[in-house]
Write a protein that binds this ligand. Sequence first.
Ligand SMILES: Nc1ncnc2c1ncn2[C@@H]1O[C@H](COP(=O)(O)OP(=O)(O)O)[C@@H](O)[C@H]1O
Ligand SMILES: O=C(O)C1=C[C@@H](OP(=O)(O)O)[C@@H](O)[C@H](O)C1
Ligand SMILES: [Mg+2]
Length: 168
Amino acid sequence: MQIVLVGPMGVGKSTVGRLLAERLDCAYRDTDDDIVAEQGRTIADIFVDEGEPAFRAVEKQAVQRALAEHDGVLALGGGSILDEDTRELLAGYRVVYLSMDVEEAVQRTGLNAARPLLAVNPRRQWRELMEARRHLYTEVADAVVATDGRTPEEVTQAVLDALELKSA
Ligand SMILES: Nc1ncnc2c1ncn2[C@@H]1O[C@H](COP(=O)(O)OP(=O)(O)O)[C@@H](O)[C@H]1O
Ligand SMILES: O=C(O)C1=C[C@@H](OP(=O)(O)O)[C@@H](O)[C@H](O)C1
Ligand SMILES: [Mg+2]
């Protein structure tokens, strides 16, 4: 069983990914965690020290490796779908896009310095980021699950329903 979660930062990929893996009694993996473990520093530090393109190159490798190795639920970093090869690779997997609107996004991520892409003027940055990415999330997804006003448990159930899966 392989399920891949995509969507913007703060939408709940990591939170829901863990719950989903529990419900399906399978393993959970997160490419951001893989990158932090491999590089021995935080995502924010990699962005500051080396810049976004260097981070994206490391991320691309991490996603390829995780897709090849992992059996279970895999949460990707929010920007991983910017890479065309990654999008092509995802065509072979069951992919769920977790979505939310701008107000929900600001509540969940606006004050969180660990997400460097939203550190200044989160509302505007969010809109710009989604304009650039929304079609890419949709393109790679087999199902879209809206998370607005839903608890992580409710989102997890909605993902199971969207994929027509039952708990283990
Ligand atoms: N459905 C939800 N409702 C409210 N808060 C949520 C929900 N899902 C996640 N969160 C919170 O939003 C923040 C970002 O969640 P996270 O799982 O790290 O997102 P992602 O991995 O997509 O960036 C965390 O503080 C988390 O507790
Ligand atoms: O959307 C993005 O470009 C990013 C999302 C983050 O992961 P989450 O989506 O898990 O927050 C992390 O990879 C990095 O801060 C960049
Ligand atoms: Mg995450």
